[in-house]
Design a protein around this ligand. Sequence first.
Ligand code: NDP
Ligand code: BG6
Length: 655
Amino acid sequence: MTQPISFLNAGRASSAGSAQVCAEPCVLVIFGASGDLTKRLLLPAFYNLACDGLLPEQFAIVGLAMDEFTTESFREKMSNEIKQFSTRKEFNAKTWDWLCSRLYYTQGKFDDIAAFARLAELVSKLDIQYQARGNVLFYMATPPSVFGLISGNLEKAGFKTSSAGWKRIIVEKPFGNDLPSAIALNREILKYWTEDQIYRIDHYLGKETVQNIIAFRFSNGMFEPLWNRNFIDHIQFSVAEAVGVEGRGAYYDRSGVLRDMLQNHMFQMLAYLCMEPPSSFAPEAVRNEKSKVLEAMRIMDASGVRANTVRGQYGPGRGPDGKPVPGYREEPSVPAQSTTETFAAVKLFIDNWRWLGVPIYLRSGKRLWKRGTEIVVQLKSPPDVVFRGTTVESLEPNRLIFHIQPDQGIELRFQAKTPGPSMSLQNVNMRFDYSQAFTASRAIGYEVLIYNCMNGDATLFSRTDLVETAWRVAQPILDVWKNEPADLPNYAAGTWGPKAAFELMERDGRKWIEILNRETLQKVPLFETADSVLLASLIMALKPVVFQPDDLVIRQGEIGREMYLISRGKVDVTDGSGKALATLGEGDFFGEASLLTSAPRNATVRAQSYCDFFALDKSDFKRVLRDHPQFLESLMEIARTRYNVSAEEVSSEED
Ligand code: NDP
Ligand code: BG6
């Protein structure tokens, strides 16, 4: 076997324009080749690899499934599908023809030993034809329940005993449905294969921005000295999806977001962010460090689960285009009383020397207000004594933000003095954007995984112990959730998720950092015409808050500390006697009068439905008004008509 190429080298071979290194020769067999995974993800990945010159001449693909295709009709199907699912801007017919001519199909059921005998015959014929050196890669694009069956039949068909070349299998998620089933599945597969032949896919590890977490950590000296409990206050991981279950209701209802996203993709990112430096980027060195950090994760008891986890399920609401979408229980193949969670927020701890006592918050959900994967590393706040006697009321902590997708980059948020004679501060940022620094990659993530597997580099794949350790952490949560029903659904599709997830953070005096962008803010009528400086300042200052129907948002007579902009939902405004004054909806704002005048709240506001607001607190409000007089003017205009607030009242407060 040739020496494995490190995954970091592999990535550079194509992107930096240096000499390209083709993957090792092989015949690649896809079990389940007529399925969704093959057409949507695998085929485009093979095509991208071919376009980047990373597939060798000595290469062929054999598809096997129940469907009655011939090689010709399979090629025809794939030729149609690649046009639909290719991620490249332009279609390269020559490259596709090259790849298509290497596609073969053999029909059969996984329990039919004769089908495996036919497969063996075809593979050995192609091995000679393409000089694949006896190397065979088996891709299990099938439900896990048949991994053992397929492996056993491969053994019976003589694949294991054929001496020449390597034999490897790629195994798709879900790798088990809980700890016992994961252990059983591992045992089953290990009956037929050795650990170094098994490549368990987690497609998040194929993402450039995820791989960059360790590249960033270990190639820059700047942050590593701070990367521990002495300097870091907490870490938060958010994986928000705007889509629902996308026709996968039957699968999803047996899974839920804890199994579908947290136990695998999010724990993998967590391991990269929190592991110790490996001795090298050799596969086992990296995987050993990941294993150690996952082993140090605290396993919660039932009371810990109750205190530190939140689950949610979406009800009817709106999709990203604003059109109505059904609730989870109305999705195809989902039972009408399903208690499966489509949202989860979890607080975890890593009980090792580096991280003891640093909370790690994870949240993920379907049908949220936007798609976005972000990791926020929040440093401890500096002492604010130096600023006594200035207008600075409190210091914001520094935050290092990894934008994983769709926004790709790294951002450091810190404070700077606002220009002017007095000492006042504003949150600002420094940003690195992938799209500006590099030629954008068209990869979907599977390319690097397949490529590395063909080269025998297992760095980006999970190992038996890693999978089982991750399940050990997730299992108590699954157990408590199974035994203790929750009141679901508890968030509307298209919103920021259940209120309880925000409370999980607020109880600790912390908050989720929502990554806002200009487009989101410009949808709010008040900011439609805001200039870029005002928008940049608001992006840092606005914080999302969530209310449930009937929640009290503002009580008449209280001193105002923040104003609110309604992103989703409706509120009722009443006076002290309960008389209705107004109903406000999306794009409206409220709570500004009390901040303008410092007088007590002059009305009560209650949520009529699930509501998502942006809140702007008093100190940021004042700063924004001072720096952006045109914003003050727009607010004054409204305050004048709503509450008769005069300019004099405002200016006396400002003084
Ligand atoms: P599909 O149900 O679309 O495809 C399954 C494939 O397996 C079909 O080709 C099917 O053939 C074949 N198959 C199933 N049982 C047999 C059998 N007994 N004998 C022969 N062929 C059989 O599933 P997906 O492609 O969506 O998923 C495959 C795996 O990948 C699953 O483990 C899934 O969890 C995982 N995955 C999928 C993702 C996706 O986006 N689709 C994303 C990440 C992981 P036929 O069509 O003839 O029935
Ligand atoms: C898959 C999950 O593993 O990851 C899906 O099964 C989810 O439910 C998907 O939508 C998310 O992947 P990505 O790359 O779009 O973030």
